[in-house]
Write a protein that binds this ligand. Structure first.
Ligand code: ATP
Length: 586
């Protein structure tokens, strides 16, 4: 069993007050938060209240749940084991506020339902962005509307390529309220409705605070302004909220999460302050580099291993052949250091061409075909049947002429719509069965996969019309065009790849947040390296910091060759070593 550090133990044993825990990368926030959850619930004894541990991604929630299950096995009976909840913050507000109570505030009689963007009725709910007096965007789907808080007032905006354009509040509210009267909300608007429910239905707020006397929030640097407003409402009503996070890893500023809540929380009078400063993940040279970048002085728990560990920069020319050589050299270095390729990753800054090229994932289709392709990959590569099913439900809605507005919710929410059971079963059959439903992701996408998709979608839509009176949309051929499909399969056969020559995973930095990786190659552009060296005060700098701190043993920073002379001195002074890519390397 893991021996807890005094810092970790102090957090677990802290009084039942709201806490602020500012923690460094790799400091064991997961273990500490789960142990604190168990301890708080234990100390509540017979109190009927529930304790919630909330985070931001489904991956984090799964990790917490499995850690909790492992620890809960040894717990004595009768300490409120069933009165804990582990969820995402959005999942928590959806099940406790939106679904049961939002319809009253929205002015509808139906249970609020989430729309994904493919629902045909959303054509009535578009908005336009005015870039200037003369220039206006084409109509955009309401799912693209963002919402935030500015000095206590809601504001609506559109964000694209780091550009944020404010919308007129009255104009946006009119569309949002109309959508609300249909019972519908988008992912972003869900938080707006929660906030309004808690303001306009104070009895619900009081009941919620009684039901959840304690809430712990992990990754608190990702709390956005509307999340914060909802949490402030709960706090005022009596819930004790503890925040755990690392401000240096705040990389969702573009989505309204600016870290202020976490960094300023410790100054509030009722808050008890704690810290985690021991990094259990990375070797000392990587912790030292992370300290240099963030201005922190955390301690490495690990000793340096015997095989060559550490942080290196390597120049590369941004051309196909040269990148391939770099990737091959990285793979060889991973093996030479006795590390696992399956536990390593090549990281890119964003979801651009570079990521597609390196991962072999050429753009896959467009519109609804892209959705079906994504579902095939979810099912066949990741074995994530539930997400594949939900994606298909949304695509199918887009293929119907005039489906009920809440069709996707009817299919995907069995508890709310028991009457839609047989429809749900048919969508499940289409999802599961590679021979009669969604074709296998191993088939050539543009030819065989697409032909079968067309044929089977037609059959499936005929069945929906026949049995459920759901009419097919007109221009099916156009909706299911093969644009942007390649003739390669959507995925490579998993069993063809052995552990030895397994491709190293290629991903974005955002995608690996929260993970520990044996080795990391961060393929940076010049601006990414400059931002990384500039420290964690900017979002771009924090993205670099997250990339660096994922690495357990080996970190390679790929630096564009034409910027090497300029960047070398600072890279060396920050703690990187130079590694030369041998010209003769395969
Ligand atoms: N007391 C401990 N002794 C030894 N190892 C520990 C201890 N606490 C945590 N660890 C290990 O440290 C590693 C990093 O922990 P974890 O993933 O929870 O970090 P984190 O704080 O969430 O980091 P990040 O914010 O960078 O994602 C894990 O492998 C975990 O098992």
């Amino acid at each position: 069993m893991t021996t807890l550090s005094p810092e970790q133990q102090a957090i677990i044993d802290a009084p039942l007050d709201p806490l602020s825990v500012v923690a460094c990368a790799g400091s064991g926030k997961t273990l500490t938060a789960v142990r604190r959850l168990i301890e708080v619930r234990k100390r509540l004894g017979d109190h009927r209240g529930r304790v919630a541990l909330l985070s931001f991604s489904n991956v984090a929630v799964k990790t917490f749940q499995s850690k909790y299950q492992a620890l809960a096995q040894n717990l004595p009976a009768g300490i409120g084991r069933d009165r804990i909840e582990i969820d995402t913050l959005d999942g928590f507000i959806t099940s406790n506020i939106l679904r049961p109570h939002a319809y009253r505030t929205m002015g509808t009689t139906r249970t609020a339902f989430l729309v994904m963007g493919n629902e045909p009725f959303l054509k009535r709910f578009t908005f336009k962005v005015s870039y200037s007096l003369e220039e206006e965007s084409h109509p955009l789907c309401i799912t693209k509307m963002h919402i935030g808080l500015q000095t206590e007032d809601v504001c609506f905006y559109y964000a694209n390529n780091n550009q944020k354009v404010a919308l007129d509040t009255a104009y946006a509210l009119n569309i949002v309220n109309c959508l609300g009267r249909n019972g519908a909300y988008t992912h972003n608007l869900g938080r707006y409705w929660c906030h309004r429910v808690l303001s306009e239905q104070p009895a619900i707020l009081r009941a919620l605070a009684r039901r959840y006397p304690h809430i712990l929030i992990d990754e608190s640097q990702d709390i956005n302004t509307l999340h914060q407003a909802i949490l402030e409402q709960l706090m005022k009503a009596g819930t004790k909220i503890s925040l755990i996070g690392d401000p240096s890893q705040g990389i969702y500023e573009f989505a309204g999460a600016n870290c202020d809540f976490l960094t300023q929380y410790e100054q509030r009078p009722a808050i008890k302050n704690y810290a985690l400063t021991r990094n259990y993940r990375s070797v000392p040279s990587i912790v030292e580099l992370a300290n240099n970048l963030s201005g922190r002085s955390d301690t490495a728990d690990r000793a340096a291993p015997e095989t060559l560990p550490g942080a290196f920069f390597i120049a590369y020319k941004n051309e196909n052949a040269e990148r391939e050589r770099l990737v091959a050299a990285f793979g060889a270095a991973v093996l030479a250091a006795g590390l696992k390729r399956q536990c390593s990753a090549i990281l890119c800054r964003g979801r651009g061409d570079l990521l597609n090229e390196l991962s072999g994932n050429a753009p896959i289709g467009q519109g609804l075909v892209k959705g079906f392709a994504k579902a095939a990959i979810l099912r066949d590569k990741l074995q994530d049947y539930l997400s594949a099913f939900e994606t298909i439900a949304s695509c199918v809605a887009g293929l119907l002429a005039d489906p009920p507005d809440n069709l996707v919710a009817m299919i995907t929410r069995p508890a709310s719509y028991p009457e839609a059971r047989s429809l749900r079963r048919e969508v499940w059959k289409f999802t599961r069965n590679q021979d009669t439903g969604l074709p296998s992701a191993l088939l050539a996408a543009k030819s065989r996969w697409h032909t079968l998709l067309l044929e089977r979608s037609r059959n499936f839509l005929a069945l929906l019309q026949d049995r459920f009176d759901l009419e097919t949309a007109d221009n099916l051929g156009r909706k299911l065009a093969k644009t942007k499909l390649l003739d390669a399969p959507l995925m490579v056969g998993g069993d063809l790849v052995t552990a030895q020559d397994a491709r190293i995973r290629v991903d974005t930095v955002h995608q690996v947040k929260g993970e520990s990786l044996d080795a990391v190659l961060y393929l940076a552009a010049r601006k990414d390296v400059v931002a990384l060296l500039g420290g964690v005060k900017t979002e771009e700098g924090r993205i670099g910091y997250v990339a660096v701190t994922r690495a357990r043993n080996l970190l390679w920073l790929g630096v564009p060759a034409n910027s090497l002379e300029e960047l070398r001195p600072e890279l060396l002074s920050r703690g990187f070593q130079e590694h030369l890519l041998s010209p003769s390397h395969p």
